[in-house]
Design a protein around this ligand. Structure first.
Ligand SMILES: Nc1ncnc2c1ncn2[C@@H]1O[C@H](COP(=O)(O)OP(=O)(O)OP(=O)(O)O)[C@@H](O)[C@H]1O
Ligand SMILES: [Mg+2]
Length: 564
């Protein structure tokens, strides 16, 4: 009895020792102190040790950027690599022996079990959502493969973290969305430009007869002050509207790339001086002290004088507008290395710092009151900037703040090697006076009877002999019977186009072809080319300015009149 109790104690001690051994082996395996796999199978625990030759594979799996896991048939984690441990927020030791599906989002467990089932016979893959220790979802792509390890069926899975890929996909989708929105905005912007161009064009047509009628009224002597007042008001307002519409049209032409520069070698000093003269009336109207400082040298630039004058005029006009009456405005031009620098300084309302670059954007007005107090659409500076940039120059504004005055600085590249035959003009021709007109015979062809009639009266009042025709065929008849010196020809006519009238007129009037001048609502480069091809000598955009027309008629005698 004593012996059997001794035996039992001995046996007990032996078993305890084995248990402690087993526990320490299992701990060592779990802690990766030895290289082995413990498989908890129905036949009891089985230990698989790694062979030395397997080390390279193991090193590979351990350092993979994908998660790797080996599962027993029952779905217990036998091995997990460090990457999977990081993905799940637990150590590999903690993961070993746990049920893998505990780490899968509950709603996806059955799908995973199906995948596992199919993975028994083939390599399968699918998408899964893991749940890490903190319960956060982690989308992964899983590739499952059946493994036979020492007769025991296991499953190996490689899990690729898709959160980055999904993030990238989301970013790509967002970028695509932004691209589409941009395309739509660009398209809308293009439509807006087209709409503005059409609107401006449509508004020009009724303006032509209004301006001509105002001119006619001016020519007629009247002693009635009320009539004079009303007439001047119509003239002023129509001129203002023409300017607004012209700006709109110009801007939409520029944004559509339809403005061509006719660049020559020009004297910048000459241009600035004539712009100053044009602006003088606006300065005087507000009793400003206007000082102009120009260098003695002409400062040659390769430029379209009319466009540069237009750009500078906008800046001067603003200085006059945004300075209280009696203010001081200084216009200067000087040379700085290879650049001409033109500055316009005023002591007017000034510009808040945050607005000093924005005012060059379309439709931006620095203070809400601008439009109400001064009219305008906020296009002037946008137009100036585009025109100056088209010449390779720049424009900027600086102001110490509201009430502190403003300085605009325009820089333009100077010609470094002036052409020997450089045509140095006195500028944009602003301020030019009209020579006393030579009477001409003028035929006005326009299907807009109001426009034709008012222009006809205007010309008659100026001493010319004028007639009208409302159709192309009538125009051709008048050309052969009335023998005009000049034909002002609308392009869109009800029967044949103005171009066709021009072609036929040149063909039918042997040696007595009148000077043909197109008068059209559209001032596009293509229209001018078409007009030129049809033998039209000049192309004017409606509403024609009375002064320009007088000049044109006066010059008409100097233009060659022989048929081709
Ligand atoms: N010299 C200046 N002093 C103060 N503010 C100015 C000056 N020049 C321009 N601004 C501000 O910049 C805005 C934009 O000027 P811009 O010439 O583009 O438009 P606008 O004068 O309002 O209208 P328009 O289209 O008739 O020129 C103006 O509304 C005004 O607020
Ligand atoms: Mg302006």
């Amino acid at each position: 009895m004593e012996q059997s109790s001794d035996n039992l104690e001995l046996e007990n001690a032996r078993l305890r020792e084995r248990l402690a051994d087993a526990e320490s082996i299992i701990r060592a395996i779990r802690e990766r102190e030895i290289d082995a796999v413990v498989v908890n199978s129905s036949e009891g625990d089985r230990i698989f040790t790694f062979e030395g030759a397997d080390y390279p594979y193991r090193a590979l799996v351990e350092s993979m950027s994908e998660g790797a896991v080996t599962l027993s048939e029952e779905g217990l984690i036998l091995y997990s690599n460090p990457r999977l441990a990081t993905m799940l927020g637990a150590s590999s030791a903690e993961l070993a022996g746990t049920t893998f599906t505990d780490w899968i989002a509950p709603e996806e467990v059955s799908a995973f079990n199906d995948l596992l089932q199919s993975g028994r016979n083939a390599c399968v893959s699918g998408e899964l959502t893991l749940r890490n220790r903190s319960g956060e979802a982690l989308p992964v792509h899983a590739s499952l493969n059946s493994l036979l390890v020492k007769g025991l069926r296991c499953c190996g899975a490689v899990l690729t973290d898709m959160s980055l890929a999904k993030h990238h996909a989301a970013l790509a989708a967002a970028a695509e969305y932004v691209r589409q929105v941009n395309d739509r905005l660009r398209e809308a912007d293009k439509r807006k430009d087209e709409f503005l161009a059409t609107l401006a064009h449509e508004l020009r047509n009724p303006l032509a007869p209004i301006r001509a009628a105002a001119y006619v009224l001016k020519k007629l002597d009247t002693a009635d002050d009320r009539l004079v007042q009303a007439r001047d008001m119509i003239d002023r307002q129509a001129a203002h509207m023409t300017r607004l519409i012209d700006d709109l049209l110009e801007m939409s032409r520029i944004t559509q790339g339809k403005i061509e520069l006719r660049r020559h070698s020009e004297s910048l000093a000459g241009i600035v001086s004539s712009v100053a003269e044009s602006a003088r009336a606006a300065m005087e109207a507000r009793e400003h002290h206007f000082t102009v400082n120009l260098p003695d040298s002409p400062m040659l630039i390769h430029a379209d004088a009319i466009r540069i004058a237009q750009a500078l005029f906008n800046v001067l006009e603003n200085a006059a507008k945004y300075t209280s009456p009696g203010g001081h405005i200084v216009l200067q031009a000087r040379r700085e290395d290879d650049e001409a620098v033109i500055t316009v300084q005023d002591d007017g309302v000034g510009i808040a710092p945050e607005m000093s670059t924005r005012i060059f954007d379309m439709f931006v007005q620095a203070n809400g009151g601008s439009r109400r107090h001064h009219g305008g659409l906020g296009i002037g500076l946008a137009l100036s900037r585009r025109l100056i940039e088209m010449h390779g120059g720049s424009i900027s504004a600086s102001s110490e703040g509201l009430g502190q005055g403003t300085e605009f600085i325009v820089r333009l590249p100077l010609c470094t090697d002036a052409l020997p035959d450089a045509r140095v003009s006195a500028g944009a021709g602003a301020g030019a006076s009209v020579a006393p007109g030579t009477p001409r015979r003028v035929l006005i062809v326009d299907d807009n009877a109001d426009a034709a009639d008012s222009l006809c009266t205007l010309l008659q009042l100026s001493g010319h002999t004028a007639r009208t025709a409302y159709r192309g065929s009538d125009a051709l008849r008048e050309i052969s019977q009335f023998h005009p010196d000049v034909v002002l020809l609308d392009i869109g006519l009800p029967d044949i186009s103005g171009y066709e009238v021009a072609r036929r007129a040149r063909a039918q009037n042997d040696g007595r072809c009148p000077i043909l001048i197109a008068l059209s609502g559209w001032g596009r480069a293509e229209d001018r080319e078409l007009a030129l091809e049809a033998g039209i000598e000049a192309h004017l955009t409606k509403p024609i300015d009375a002064l320009t027309l007088e000049q044109l008629l006066d010059n008409a005698g100097r233009v060659s009149r022989s048929p081709d």
